[in-house]
Design a protein around this ligand. Structure first.
Ligand SMILES: C[S@@+](CC[C@H](N)C(=O)[O-])C[C@H]1O[C@@H](n2cnc3c(N)ncnc32)[C@H](O)[C@@H]1O
Length: 406
C-alpha cells in the first residue's frame, strides 16, 4: 500500500470498492478480484480494497466492530494494541487527570484512538509515512480527527513540554523483515530515549514486551502485565506520578463485544503487590492451581498464595497447592490424584491400566517436551487425564490430575 492507493481508497469510489470487497473477504482471492473487476472497479483499486478487507476481517479479534472502518497494514496490525487493552489504559490515564498526551510512534493509532475516545487530546508522531497517513485516516473514520492528529516524523524530536503525558510503544519488530526484536536496545525509538522520557516527564507510559527483564524496569515505576483470555499480551510501565503499586497483573476475560471501541466491558481482575514476596513452601496438596501468566510474570505468586491460602511445593516453581478447591479468576484448578517421581515406564504403565487415551500436558520447571512425551506414552483408551510435569522440592515429578469444573 502506498499513499496514492490510500488516497484512492478514501474517495467515494474507494468507499464503494471497500464495501464490495468486505462482502467477499475470507473467500477465494482470485474469485473476489474477478468479481470486483467485473463490477467495473479498476484492478489497482480492487486489489487495494481486497487487501484492506482481508486485514479488517483479521482485525476484528483485536478491535471488534471498529475494525470495519479502519485502514491497516499487516505490520501495523500485528504491532497494534488490542482494543480492550488500549481502552483500559486510556481510561486509567484519563482518570489520572491527563488531558493532553503525545503518542511517540503511534503506528496505526490503536492506543491513540482509545485515548481520544476517553477524551484525551493526542498528538501522534509516526516515522513511516503510509502508517502515519493511515493513523490520520483512522482518526477521521472514527470521528476523532479533532482529538487525535498525526505528524509524520521522528518521535525523538517531539517537544514533550507541549503535553501532560507521553505514551510510547516502541517498534519491537525489524522494519522490512517483521522479525521480533528481543534486545530493547534495538527497539525504535531506542530504549535509552524511551526510559529517558520517564526522567524528563512526570507522566510517562511505556508499552513493552511481556518478557521484559525486570532489571530494565525503571526505579519507582509500576510494571503491569496484561493477559487477555489467558494469553499474556504485553506489559506496561507506568512511570512517575502514574505509578500506583510496584507490580500489577491485569487479567481481561473475554465477554461479548459491547461497543464500537472493542471489548471494553469485558470482566477485568487485578492483583497487585511488591513483586518480591516469597510464598511458603510445603508438600503437594490435593488441589493444584496454575496461575495466569500475568501473575507469574509480575512475580505476584506470593500475593496469590496469600489470597488462596496456598503453598508452593518447590520455591522456584509457580504452581500453588491447597487442601480444598478454590475458584479464582487468577488460576486454573486441578485435582491431584497421583504424585509420581518422573519415570516414563511407570507413568505409561499407570495410564495403560487406567485406559487413558487422551492427556493434556502442563509443565513448569521440566525440560521434557510434551509432544515427545505424548508419543512415548503410546496412549490407548477412552479415559482422559491432565499430566503436570514439574519439580517437587527439586525432584522431577509428574502429577496426574483431573480438572476441577470452573
Ligand atoms: C509498536 S508500533 C505502535 C503501535 C501502536 N501503539 C498501536 O497500538 O497501534 C511502533 C511504531 O513506532 C514507529 N516508530 C519507530 N521508531 C520511530 C521514531 N523514531 N519516530 C516515530 N515513529 C517511530 C514505527 O514505525 C511503528 O509504527
Amino acid at each position: 500500500m502506498d499513499l496514492d492507493q490510500l488516497a484512492a481508497l478514501r474517495t467515494p469510489e474507494g468507499s464503494a470498492a471497500l464495501a464490495a470487497a468486505a462482502e467477499l473477504a475470507g473467500g477465494d482471492p482470485l474469485t473476489a478480484a474477478a468479481a470486483l473487476r467485473s463490477a467495473g472497479i479498476p484492478a489497482g483499486l480492487a486489489a487495494a480494497a481486497l487487501t484492506q478487507a482481508e486485514l479488517r476481517r483479521r482485525a476484528v479479534g483485536k478491535f471488534g466492530p471498529a475494525a470495519a472502518g479502519m485502514f491497516l497494514t499487516r505490520a501495523g496490525l500485528e504491532q497494534a494494541t488490542r482494543g480492550a487493552v488500549a481502552a483500559r489504559r486510556a481510561a486509567r490515564l484519563r482518570a489520572a487527570g491527563v488531558r493532553t498526551m503525545a503518542d511517540l510512534g503511534c503506528g496505526l493509532g490503536a492506543d491513540a484512538l482509545a485515548a481520544a475516545r476517553a477524551g484525551i487530546r493526542v498528538y501522534g508522531v509516526e516515522a513511516d509515512p503510509v502508517t502515519a497517513a493511515m493513523a490520520a485516516a483512522n482518526a477521521a473514520a472514527a470521528g476523532l480527527a479533532d482529538l487525535f492528529t498525526v505528524e509524520c516524523g521522528d518521535a525523538t524530536a517531539f517537544d514533550v513540554t507541549r503535553v501532560e503525558a507521553v505514551f510510547c510503544d516502541p517498534a519491537r519488530r525489524k522494519a522490512g523483515t517483521g522479525r521480533r526484536i528481543f534486545d530493547p536496545n534495538a527497539y525504535s525509538p531506542p530504549w535509552d530515549f524511551v526510559v529517558g522520557l520517564a526522567e524528563r516527564l512526570p507522566r510517562t507510559v511505556v508499552k513493552v514486551a511481556p518478557g521484559i527483564d525486570h532489571a530494565l524496569i525503571p526505579a519507582g515505576a509500576e510494571a503491569e502485565w496484561v493477559s487477555v483470555a489467558g494469553d499474556l499480551v504485553e506489559a506496561t510501565l507506568w512511570c512517575g506520578r502514574l505509578a500506583e503499586v510496584p507490580r500489577r497483573a491485569t487479567l481481561l476475560k473475554e465477554g461479548p463485544p459491547v461497543n464500537a471501541s472493542g471489548r471494553a466491558g469485558d470482566p477485568c481482575y487485578q492483583l497487585a503487590g511488591s513483586g518480591d514476596a516469597q510464598a511458603a513452601v510445603g508438600p503437594v496438596r490435593r488441589y493444584l492451581h496454575d496461575p495466569d501468566s500475568a501473575v507469574v510474570r509480575a512475580h505476584l505468586v506470593a500475593e496469590l498464595a496469600g489470597e488462596l491460602d496456598a503453598t508452593l511445593a518447590d520455591p522456584s516453581i509457580a504452581y500453588l497447592y491447597t487442601d480444598a478447591p478454590v475458584a479464582s479468576p487468577f488460576t486454573r484448578c486441578l485435582e491431584v490424584t497421583d504424585v509420581l517421581p518422573f519415570s516414563l515406564k511407570r507413568l505409561r504403565a499407570m495410564l495403560r491400566e487406567r485406559r487413558v487415551g487422551r492427556v493434556e500436558i502442563l509443565k513448569r520447571g521440566s525440560a521434557l517436551e510434551p509432544e515427545r512425551l505424548r508419543r512415548d506414552l503410546k496412549l490407548a483408551g477412552d479415559a482422559a487425564a491432565s499430566l503436570v510435569l514439574t519439580r517437587v522440592a527439586g525432584a522431577p515429578t509428574v502429577l496426574v490430575c483431573r480438572p476441577v469444573p470452573a
